[in-house]
Design a protein around this ligand. Sequence first.
Ligand SMILES: Cc1cc2nc3c(=O)[nH]c(=O)nc-3n(C[C@H](O)[C@H](O)[C@H](O)COP(=O)(O)OP(=O)(O)OC[C@H]3O[C@@H](n4cnc5c(N)ncnc54)[C@H](O)[C@@H]3O)c2cc1C
Length: 332
Amino acid sequence: MDIKQYKGIHVYCEINKGKIIDNSLELLGEATVLKSKIAHQPEVTAVIIGFELDDYVQIVSEHGADHVVLVDDERYKEYRPDYFAEALAEVSNKYKPEILLVGATTKGEEIGPTTAMMVNTGMAAHCVELNIKENGEFVQVVPAFGGKVLGDILCPNHRPQMASVKSGLVSKQFFPGKVAKVERFNPDVKGYGDKIEILEVIDDNKVKVSLQSADLIVTGGFGIGNQEGWDKLEKLAGLLNGVTGCTRPALDEGWTDKDETMIGTSGVAIKPKFYIGFGISGAAHHTCGIKGAGTIISVNRDAHAPIFDVSDYKVIGDWEKIVDALIAKLSK
Ligand SMILES: Cc1cc2nc3c(=O)[nH]c(=O)nc-3n(C[C@H](O)[C@H](O)[C@H](O)COP(=O)(O)OP(=O)(O)OC[C@H]3O[C@@H](n4cnc5c(N)ncnc54)[C@H](O)[C@@H]3O)c2cc1C
């Protein structure tokens, strides 16, 4: 692989319900920031795969794209990981970007690594920060060792350098009136052909709890200890007109089955006015998802718990006594 041939930053722009998702627009913004740190000022390209795509050009241009590649064909009308990943790999083979960013969404986590495998490169998943070193190398920051440290991932010998990032970790940028140049590219993708047949598309978003729009999130961790304890958190969240969020262990224990409420690198990044955490240690895998929260209040019986390092208010004590007292008071 002659890595010198690879120039430009590509952002795979995902469509959901007729709109480019915020995660992709944020990544376009981040691509413009990375561009400004690279000496040769690489072009930012939005790659959109789908059907009847012309209406999306303006929004990606105004969010930072210099160039738009449309892979527009009826075969992409419904999402299929085999077609989408192969199309993204073909775009990468043709345009040879040095960096390729995808959203750490359910689809992005499927298409990204598949594309990486197809173009013979690596991908750092769930990055919490992206940087450019002085020598121009792309640094992909991910939590490591159970979230206790942040590790810099480099991809020196392969291109593109691929990273996925959750929504909420990097910011959109606006370029009103910007007009990107548009190209159409229709690679001959084969995927698994008719071995896959889409029978029905079921929208499960209607039943999902949205943490993105909540002002107050009561979050529980492994310290909650059992289902009975979890039910108390749900009650408290209801009394406070909030919703519950969880850490990975609380979800794994089955105290909540709302997997969309897990906060952190593999879950969602949140921006509520208040985050109240009970029985949470504060691993970086979790705390990178609460960076955008307004006031952070944490309750832990361990005075040295790392969650206190990122909290505005620290309560050292047994979560249950505090939750019981709050429920009693609020119920009145
Ligand atoms: C690749 C990868 C991705 C990951 N992604 C995520 C992610 O997206 N989100 C996530 O949350 N985790 C994620 N994790 C797991 C993460 O590293 C931590 O293991 C997890 O966040 C710890 O959850 P916790 O704080 O609930 O549990 P623990 O670390 O076990 O902490 C429990 C805390 O409860 C306290 N406690 C116990 N009893 C009480 C009591 N009675 N009163 C008050 N406090 C009490 C303890 O002092 C302790 O601090 C990921 C891990 C990996 C490897």
